[in-house]
Each structure stands twice: as structure tokens, then as C-alpha cells.
Write a protein that binds this ligand. Structure first.
Ligand code: ZN
Ligand code: ZN
Length: 436
């Protein structure tokens, strides 16, 4: 193996009051990442282009050198969920969500409080697949509140979703459910929008009174009574082919992306929501992601030239404005997965590239256009290595006796001054010499 790319979802951030005006990366203790940073270069990257606020699919597609127009969230997710797709099938990413009623259409929570278990979603999916529509369709839940819908047949995807948070440009109000609207006058677009409207309305009738939701209400949980959809797509995204790459991904989007990009993907079943504490289940997922990434790299590094590792959990605390949680996650990844990499990659002469797919600043509770830091470990001699030869008198403070502390720290601010400079996502891999 020659190189490993690690994407920490939503890595970039802005200073937070809770962290003493530091970003989670600045506040986190990450000796292993710093070890790598001090033996390489740093830079900062606009995942797509300056001023653009990327969704995860747009960012990852761009970072792997593809033109943005070739991305389509629904298609990637449907393939990641293992659905068989025919040309012209319309695929959408779906969230189970909570609204007050179809009539007033106020969104209470876009993800049903993030407490929907995968098992509950599977039961609801079964009921949804019994809905009668003028065309064939398949609804499949994936992990927790996430699902995909595929309408079979020749459709147009030139339509909006019904979640205004994700429609670029015009945003009537993000707190109300939207309507699917055709973006041209083509009758296929009008037809697609009408069928989807019919489906979500019927779905509400099925979901709102479903025993699963009755139970949830009794437990004081939000009912998963509405479907929010986005990322309509009919074409298989035309992505560059990375056949000498392995991947470790586990969310449907990244799995679909790795598959369509020709990578050999290694995955694991996402840990079940054990109790209703959303973050305890996130931590289970994070631990499994770190464990699996290490395991599959150790097992398969001789069979591939490169690896793409995607860790999803770091994005969530940004959306929830939990900077301390994000810092803790980063520290955990450092002391497990990056500790492994810092020991494993030098003797195997493997280069390591670490970055995020976009920034999710805690204080914005959303993705932003801010650039993300990039770390490229290429086994160069640390610039401060001469310090090791100097005997530091013992009356100096403890930190100063540790030569590693004299080096750089992997964080937004220092990455901006890095020698890799400003990078656009689509040029990243070429810039560090990671080939297809
Ligand atoms: Zn992301
Ligand atoms: Zn996100």
C-alpha cells in the first residue's frame, strides 16, 4: 500500500465559546495526528470551491476528482443500500421526520429526534411498501432515520425535494414541509413531482397512526410520521474509477460512492441503538468504525495501493452545537485509529492524508463554506528534529522538554499557513500523488 486517505466528516470548525474560543481541533489533544503533521505538510482545502456549502455527497465526489454535476445523492444512497437500479429509476434520499400534522405542515424534527431505531424503521418500511401508487416503487430504510425511495420506470429528476433545508437557492421556510416542484415544463418532471407528493401524503396516513408510532408517543418519543426527501436522481453518477483502492465505509452514501467508484469496500453492520441516548449510540458507531478501519487495513494493505477511510460521527456534534463532544471524538480517534496509523505507516512506507469533507461549525449547526484543514504525512524529517539533540536543562517547564511540542499542531489555523497552500477538492489527490 502506498497511501491512506482518511476523511473525518464535518471536521472543519470555528472557535467556540465553550472551548475557550478554540475550535474542537485546536482544543483537542491529538499527539498522534501531530506526530504525522510534523513529518509532513499541511494545507487547507475548499472541498468544492470557495463560497460553496457542500453536502457530503458533493464534497466526496469532488475530492475524488469528479465534476460536481455527476453527483446525485439519491442514486449513491440507493446503491449503497444495495438496491438494484435500472436506467431511468428515480432515487431519493429520505429522512423519517416528525411533523405536527399534514394540514399545518410544521416540521418538529427533521430526523424524528434521531431516536428511531433501525428495527422500528424496518417495520415502518414494510407498511410503506404496501401503499398503492400508479408506478412500482421500493422503499428501504437503512440506518436509523435514514432511508431511500426508488420509483421504477422512466422519470425525470429535474424536480426539487420536499425538504427546503436542502434545496439550494430559494428557501421559503425551512420550518415547514415543502412541496416537490418540477424545475421544467417537461411532463415527466411534473409527473414525478405529482407521484412523490401522492406518496408522501399517503405515507403520512400510514405512519401517523402506525402502532410503532403509537408506542413511541407513549414513551414520550417523537413519532416518525413524515418523509422528507432530497437528492432526486435518475442517472448512475459517472465517477472516476479507483480500482486499486480499498475503502472502509459504512453509511449508505459513502458505501454507494465507493462501489460506483470501483473500490473494494469493507464495511460493518452499524451498531444498534441500544437505548435512547443518541450520543451513546454514536459512540458505539465511532468505536466500531475505528476498530474496523484498523482491522481491514492490517488485513488487506498488501492487496491495494490506496485506502479511503470515512468516519462519519464527527459531523453530528457540529449539527447539534456540541463542541466538547466533537473534541472528545477527535481525541478518541487520535488515541485509537491514528495511534495505530502512526505506528503502522512509517515501517510500511505508507503516506497518510487526513482531511474533512466539509466544515460543520458547531455554532452554525450546519455545514459551511469554510475551508477544511489538510494533513499530508509523507515521512519527511521533522523540522524540529535538531531539538532532540539539545539537552534541555531540567528547570525548564515539562512541555519544553518534550521536543514534539515544538512542532506544528493539526488544526484550522496552522493548516492555513501550511506549505501545501490552498487546495481545491478536485485537485487534492493529484497534488499529493495519490493515483487511481
Ligand atoms: Zn459530510
Ligand atoms: Zn452533516
Amino acid at each position: 500500500m502506498k497511501g491512506i486517505l482518511v476523511i473525518l466528516d464535518g471536521l472543519g470548525d470555528l472557535p467556540s465559546k465553550q472551548l475557550g474560543d478554540k475550535t474542537p481541533l485546536e482544543a483537542a489533544e491529538m499527539p498522534n495526528l501531530d506526530f504525522l503533521a510534523n513529518r509532513g505538510e499541511m494545507g487547507y482545502m475548499y472541498p468544492v470551491r470557495p463560497g460553496f456549502v457542500p453536502e457530503s455527497d458533493e464534497a466526496v465526489v469532488s475530492i475524488f476528482g469528479n465534476e460536481l454535476t455527476s453527483s446525485s445523492r439519491g442514486q449513491l444512497e440507493a446503491r449503497g443500500a444495495g438496491l438494484k437500479m435500472m436506467r431511468g429509476d428515480l432515487a431519493l434520499r429520505v429522512n423519517f421526520s416528525t411533523i405536527d400534522s399534514l394540514k399545518s405542515g410544521n416540521i418538529i424534527d427533521r430526523r424524528a429526534g434521531r431516536t428511531l431505531t433501525t428495527e422500528e424503521a424496518e417495520i415502518l418500511s414494510k407498511a410503506l411498501n404496501k401503499i398503492k401508487l400508479p408506478c412500482e416503487f421500493e422503499f428501504k430504510s437503512t440506518i436509523q432515520h435514514r432511508a431511500v425511495l426508488v420509483l421504477r420506470g422512466g422519470f425525470s429528476d429535474n424536480i426539487t425535494g420536499n425538504d427546503y433545508v436542502y434545496s439550494k437557492g430559494e428557501m421559503p421556510t425551512a420550518e415547514k414541509i415543502g412541496t416537490f416542484s418540477p424545475l421544467d415544463e417537461d411532463e415527466n418532471s411534473v409527473y414525478a413531482a405529482n407521484i412523490l407528493k401522492e406518496f408522501v401524503d399517503k405515507a403520512y396516513e400510514v405512519l401517523d397512526t402506525h402502532p410503532v408510532n403509537e408506542q413511541r408517543r407513549k414513551k414520550g418519543l417523537m413519532p416518525a410520521n413524515y418523509l422528507l426527501m432530497r437528492g432526486a436522481g435518475i442517472e448512475i453518477p459517472k465517477l472516476k474509477f479507483y480500482k486499486r483502492w480499498m475503502a472502509v465505509t459504512y453509511m449508505p452514501l459513502e458505501k454507494g460512492f465507493a462501489k460506483i467508484s470501483g473500490m473494494t469496500n469493507f464495511s460493518f453492520d452499524y451498531p444498534k441503538l441500544k437505548n435512547l441516548d443518541v450520543y451513546s449510540s454514536l459512540w458505539e458507531g465511532l468505536k466500531e468504525a475505528c476498530r474496523s478501519s484498523e482491522k481491514y487495513l492490517q488485513k488487506n494493505h498488501k492487496d491495494f495501493d490506496y485506502a479511503y477511510i470515512h468516519i462519519k460521527e464527527t459531523d453530528l456534534p457540529g449539527h447539534d452545537n456540541k463542541p466538547s463532544e466533537k473534541k472528545r471524538m477527535l481525541e478518541y480517534i487520535d488515541k485509537t485509529f491514528f495511534k495505530f496509523l502512526a505506528a503502522f505507516t512509517p515501517p510500511n512506507k505508507i503516506k497518510v492524508l487526513v482531511t474533512g469533507d466539509h466544515s460543520t461549525p458547531c455554532r452554525m449547526k450546519a455545514h459551511s463554506a469554510d475551508p477544511v484543514p489538510v494533513l499530508f504525512y509523507n515521512q519527511s524529517v521533522p523540522r524540529f528534529s535538531f531539538l532532540k539533540r539539545i539537552k534541555i536543562p531540567s528547570f525548564f517547564k515539562k512541555e519544553e522538554q518534550n521536543p514534539e511540542k515544538k512542532g506544528v499542531k493539526f488544526c484550522e489555523g496552522e493548516a492555513r499557513n501550511g506549505t501545501l497552500g490552498i487546495i481545491f477538492g478536485k485537485d487534492l489527490l493529484e497534488k499529493v500523488g495519490f493515483n487511481r
